[in-house]
Design a protein around this ligand. Structure first.
Ligand SMILES: Cc1cc2nc3c(=O)[nH]c(=O)nc-3n(C[C@H](O)[C@H](O)[C@H](O)COP(=O)(O)OP(=O)(O)OC[C@H]3O[C@@H](n4cnc5c(N)ncnc54)[C@H](O)[C@@H]3O)c2cc1C
Length: 352
């Protein structure tokens, strides 16, 4: 059985390793734009110089799985076509391309390897007294602003978002905001309308100079599914059935950020479980058995505030907020365990 996996992030790497464990006859080919596994949840650390965030992909894949460096351009009729024109035939395919960033002109994106590398170089070149503006009041923006402020206390760091830490409950939200303030981050509750010639313009009409503007918002997904004629949701995520197969082609599974799973948001925490479920579904189908349906289950969400602080918020399985939250060393430890756990799960194809 030939299986091609598009994208070797958390979901794709997990799926490839899980299929190798479950379907002995499978010949698995992951396709990824670079020969590294990128720990996307550490890209804010990468740009601030507190983590490496890249591991050779070969060391993340089980023996016998050979990945291919390339970018998928089109999929359909049992064939995946790469950017260089190569066709790879498949019996089953897994779409695991993750999510995208759409930065405003003048801003550098945090959420891709290339963007983080550009940001890292620009940050290193910024002299003491310079200003960094981080756009996005969600987890990525919070973690980026805090990481930069802690690593470069000689800079002025602003975090601009319409609802900074809005994904946390009242008290936890206050702890996130006071943690940011404690690191010297200025929180600006507003929206950015334009970044021109090093000046950030806001909805309120205010404007300020910014030596480096970082775009810390994930939005949309790579266009492979849409341009291949697979049905997608408004964000471009492939529509899937209860087993995570594309609704237009039962040979193609979609997992992780690029899958339109009802109730799912962009999250590393869901990438592994979805990959596990889809790989297990493939194994069952191969044996002529019926797989079980998938539904996302959450336990919480957490942000780091530099290397010494974090806030974790517990949630109900449907991702609605509980009142409970943790801070301090416990939260730092839990968040670090979750980040390491995501990588470990991808490498072993277990634990999700
Ligand atoms: C700074 C930061 C912090 C984050 N923190 C958290 C967190 O604490 N908790 C959490 O749950 N989530 C977090 N996230 C979100 C999390 O990183 C994503 O939800 C997760 O990476 C999704 O996994 P994935 O496997 O679907 O996609 P990815 O990990 O993005 O992997 C997708 C892979 O597909 C490749 N690809 C894309 N297009 C193609 C193509 N056409 N052909 C071949 N390959 C392709 C990409 O290059 C990449 O290697 C964070 C994100 C960022 C940026």
């Amino acid at each position: 059985m030939k299986v091609v996996v598009v994208g070797a992030g958390y979901a794709g790497t997990f799926a490839a390793n899980r299929i190798a464990r479950k379907v002995r006859s499978a010949e698995i080919t992951p396709v990824n734009p670079r020969p590294d596994f990128v720990e996307r949840v550490r890209l804010h650390q990468r740009l601030a110089g507190t983590a490496a965030a890249a591991t050779p992909l070969a060391s993340m894949l089980r023996d016998g799985i050979a990945s291919r460096v390339g970018t998928a351009e089109r999929i359909g009729d049992g064939v995946l076509t790469l950017g260089d024109g190569t066709d790879i035939g498949f019996d089953y395919a897994f779409l695991a391309m993750g999510s995208s960033v759409r930065p405003m002109p003048g801003a550098v994106p945090v959420g891709t390897w290339e963007g983080a590398e550009r940001a890292r170089a620009a940050l290193a070149a910024l002299p003491a007294g310079g200003t960094v503006t981080v756009v996005g009041g969600g987890a990525t923006g919070i973690e980026t602003a805090a990481e930069v402020a802690e690593a470069r206390p000689d800079l002025r760091v602003r975090l601009v978002g319409s609802s900074v830490a809005g994904g946390f409950s009242g008290r936890a939200r206050e702890r996130v905001r006071s943690g940011l303030a404690g690191l010297g981050v200025d929180i600006v509750d507003d929206r950015v309308t334009e970044v021109t010639d090093g000046v950030v313009h806001l909805c309120s009409g205010a404007a300020f100079a910014s030596g480096l503007t970082l775009w810390a918002i994930l939005s949309g997904v790579p266009g492979l599914a849409a341009r291949s004629g697979l049905r997608v949701d408004p964000e471009g995520r492939a529509l899937v059935d209860e087993y995570l197969r594309c609704v237009d082609d039962e040979r193609i599974f979609a997992v992780g950020d690029c899958a339109a799973v009802p109730g799912a948001r962009f999250a590393c925490a869901l990438a592994g479980p979805q990959a596990a479920h889809a790989a297990d579904a493939l194994a069952r189908l191969a044996e002529g058995r019926t797989p079980g349906p998938y539904s996302p289950r959450y336990v919480g969400r957490a942000v780091t505030l530099g290397r010494k602080q974090a806030v974790g918020q517990f949630t109900h399985p449907d991702d609605t907020l509980r009142r409970g939250y943790v801070t301090g060393r416990t939260a730092v430890l839990l968040k670090e365990l979750a980040s390491r756990g995501g990588k470990f799960a991808a490498r072993t194809g277990t634990g999700a």
